[in-house]
Write a protein that binds this ligand. Structure first.
Ligand SMILES: CC(C)(COP(=O)(O)OP(=O)(O)OC[C@H]1O[C@@H](n2cnc3c(N)ncnc32)[C@H](O)[C@@H]1OP(=O)(O)O)[C@@H](O)C(=O)NCCC(=O)NCCS
Length: 157
């Protein structure tokens, strides 16, 4: 199977936050942002493996700043690691106040997706090709996070 480059699947998406995304005070629900994170990461995973892929786990997410109705939410997502059938996708979420132009780093998330064959079983995926030192650094960090996840799963049985 031919390898794929990080840039082959990377994705940036933006959404204007609307009243239905928020509570009556105008604060956007965390779950709305999490859904955008999951959807954006899913597209990256599909692009890398070109098969069905499901979310196996999401590492803990912290929201550093509130997001309000009218803000522009931008999600920058790329694949950090390709295992046998699993992929770690990193998503950086930024919020732009469209009136002032101020941009804030709202959250970052790491998700693991698993590629599935037509019978719903984990299936092999293409190897990952790195073109930049930054991509290689992200891969080294992702390998460490995967070790932590595997150790945690082993402890939980
Ligand atoms: C994710 C899922 C396919 C894993 O199935 P499984 O039979 O346990 O898979 P395996 O133990 O053979 O592991 C397959 C790969 O997934 C990885 N994996 C499995 N569970 C994981 C988890 N909780 N977190 C991170 N990676 C996980 C393994 O490390 C392995 O990676 P590798 O192939 O790159 O080495 C299965 O648990 C599942 O279908 N879960 C539901 C997913 C879903 O529907 N998500 C949407 C929200 S409901």
């Amino acid at each position: 199977m031919e390898g794929r480059r990080v840039s082959d699947s990377s994705l940036t998406t933006s959404y204007v936050m609307m009243p239905e995304d928020a509570n009556p005070a105008g604060n956007v629900h965390g779950g709305v942002i999490m859904k955008h994170i999951d959807t954006t990461a899913g597209v990256v995973a599909f692009r890398h493996c070109r098969s069905n892929a499901v979310t196996a786990s999401i590492d803990s997410i912290e929201f550093h700043y509130p997001v309000f109705v009218g803000d522009l939410l931008t999600l920058k997502a790329c694949i950090n690691l390709a295992g046998k059938s699993s992929m770690e996708i990193g998503v950086r979420v930024e919020t732009e106040n469209l009136l002032t132009g101020e941009v804030k780093h709202t959250a970052s998330a790491y998700l693991t997706f698993v590629a599935l064959d037509k019978a719903g079983r984990p299936t092999p995926i293409p190897k990952l090709i790195f073109d930049t030192e930054e991509q290689a650094r992200r891969n080294r960090e992702a390998l460490r996070r995967r070790d932590v996840r595997l150790a945690q799963r082993a402890r939980e049985g």
